[in-house]
Design a protein around this ligand. Sequence first.
Ligand code: B3K
Ligand code: ZN
Length: 882
Amino acid sequence: PKTIYLKDYQTPAYEFEHVNLSFQLNEEHTTVSSSIDVRVQRKKETLFLHGDKSMQLDAVLVNGTQVADERLTRTNAGLFVSGLPEEDFTLKIVTTIKPQENTALEGLYKSSGNYCTQCEAEGFRRITFYQDRPDVMSKFTTRMEAAKDKYPVLLSNGNLIDSGDADGGRHFAVWEDPWRKPSYLFALVAGNLAKIEDSFTTMSGKKVDLRIYTEPHNIDKADHAMVSLIKSMKWDEDTFGLEYDLELFNIVAVDDFNMGAMENKSLNVFNSRLVFATPKTATDADYAAIEGVVGHEYFHNWTGNRVTCRDWFQLSLKEGLTVYRDQEFSSDMNSRGVKRIGDVSKLRAAQFPQDSGPMAHPIRPEEYIKMDNFYTVTVYEKGAEVVRMYESLLGKDGFRKGMDLYFERHDGCAVTTEDFFSAMADANNTDLSAFKPWYQQAGTPIVDVKTSYDASTKTFTLKATQTVPATPGQDASQKKAVLMPIRVGLLDKSTGKDIEIASVNGVAQEKGTTTAVLRFDQKEQTFTFENVEQDVVPSILRNFSAPIKMTTDLEEGDLLFLMANDSDPFNRWEAGQTLFRSLLVKLIADETNGKALEMNTKITDALRKTIEGAKAADADKAFIARAMMVPSESELVEMLEPGTVDPDVVKAARKFVMKSLAADLRPLLEETAKANSAPAYKNEPADRAMRSLKNTCLGYLSYVDAPEVAKDALERYQNADNMTDKIATLSALSDKVCAERETAFDAFYQEWQHDPLVMCKWLSLQAASGVPNNLGNVKALLTHPAFDIKNPNKVYSLIGGFMSNPTTFHQKDGQGYEFLADVILQLNDINQQVAARMAGGFTRWRKYDPSRQALMKKQLERIIATENLSENVYEIVKKSLD
Ligand code: B3K
Ligand code: ZN
């Protein structure tokens, strides 16, 4: 396998001005003709066209004449064409492909009998030979022809300019996209689809038709996606002044899709999981995810499509920025504090582990074998944190100025993260050079803060140090200090209120400032707050203003104080999490050393107060539910030393905490669950918050070993009138060995077996279960009619769920590892992207105890020794072993 390097980037010698595509869609094969107006930028160079080996090449013509064989060289990766004219010319290429056999779900493929495409990152090269790279931007015209009865709906990017009947019961449509775009944004859909329609009038008064297409039996499930789309369009105008640029916007939902969704110009293709929602079939979390992803893909129209990436190393240019935008959108639509807590939890549970493992890479990577492996939580979520730091450093207005300049300079272009950086710096006339290492360095910075108050000088001092750990290819010694914003507030010890911050290091703060933004850019730095009349409790890193691991000298009493008083919701939550984390790390050590485990009752008391807060008339119940969360096992694993982790011990320690809390707070949990059980479902923020609080209480109560608990959960299951409550009650039962569990899971299957998306929930709950011998259950589900290895959603639910289940996957005898390797090898021949994702289950093998390490390594070695291993899987496994 060949490694691609950022340093090898070269501009294309040939530009593609305009592309005329024509598809003949037939059951046996599809022919694709592409006619390209080529502009010569550098004469006499050989032209390389990417093209997958699965395609049949039928013809290559230059200016209408067949190109002689000796001027064509075909390789596994594509086609070299030499001896080209020195003046602009037309290039015509004809290929034959078989979408019906395409199980990789890249390029043109069939899902539920309908044709659809997925071209990002490198799927277009499975449709025709082309310069399949994002810096080649052209205007596309697409004609397609297919049987009229089977494929009544024919869609592509842009505007429909012609359509009509053709011979043999066929029909055609011609679509023209007036905007130049790279091939990865091309899309085509042909099928038997129903639609819902609405419209949006833009801020300059243009009417845009909005349509969502689904298979006919699902069309009643698309309304929430439509509402979300309209909200996104309005939000982007209000927040960034960005208006939609065509008269039509289509979304098509398909069941077989490798990722969440795709932002193809004016023809977004979505995994149906992120479109379909009714109260009976989707949870509150699903509703929120749909709103976020519909927004995300829509926002790409500006951040991704109008301004795109020069090369794939720049992926975070569009993804980090667009995740930041969708997070802001969801924050504005819902509770900002709760959204932030959720996003940071995800970062800690998924990105921090990646950043400290063998796949660690900067948000702008410098090399890859398979680009698909770099659609990562680092490029996306850490990338979004980097964008948020500009906002913290420059302020909301400064950030907006930077965005405006970015579009002014680069609209219609394929650019780099460097260009984004310069737009931010130039628009604000400020030097941000110390910020650059965020793009170049992998690894989560570690920051330590020591605090002190000096009554004689009335100063409060923070002493901060930063280091970045070594990551593959970058030793710790070559890592530079990096500029990060640290938001700090100071709480009055007697009232718990924020004091006004007058000045820091001699620089006066704006009148009324209660949160200062410190610019921390040295390895060691001291920040002195002046005119602090008396000792305070500092609230450091408010809103998680930088994606770092921070330790401080704050003591238990300070954290309890912040938990009760901090005006910053994130830090109020974080104080509780810090207490939980240190307790759990201690308990893990005690369990390892055979010591008796003991609960810290101060934490129990603090949690009691938090839950009691739900009785207040103005209680933020969604926040309280979040504050009750105990750090996940994967977050805890991340805090332990490499080579030491025994997942059984981690589980035991966490379970001990849950059980103690549940036992000590049982009456309050029961009372709170009852008080927040609504008589009937409503999809309103207050009702969602109540559900989440109630279900969190039930989750705790499931740790109480008493028969009435399982009975109550089953009864609640049977009475639930919405999917959120059904899933909450099922998951409360899923770790228990009892008749109620069987009854509920069977009833769920009977009721929902016809609905593949709901069946995914049924599969993941079982995959995640802690019942004894669960591996046997997971293996059995592999041949269950509800499972289908060709459908990515099903694989992510069952195999993905299993992989993140510490007890089942990390079973001591290594059978879980062997099973995952078997599945990966099977997937390797079906869908390489999905196979590579599953291989991610092994990447952190060095974290575990020596015996588990050996067993995991053995499976990695077995995989890498397999013939015909895809580049996707190879890259993940190779990097894990290196
Ligand atoms: N841009 C797509 C991701 C494509 C992934 C290709 N392997 C979805 C998104 O981030 O919006
Ligand atoms: Zn995206």
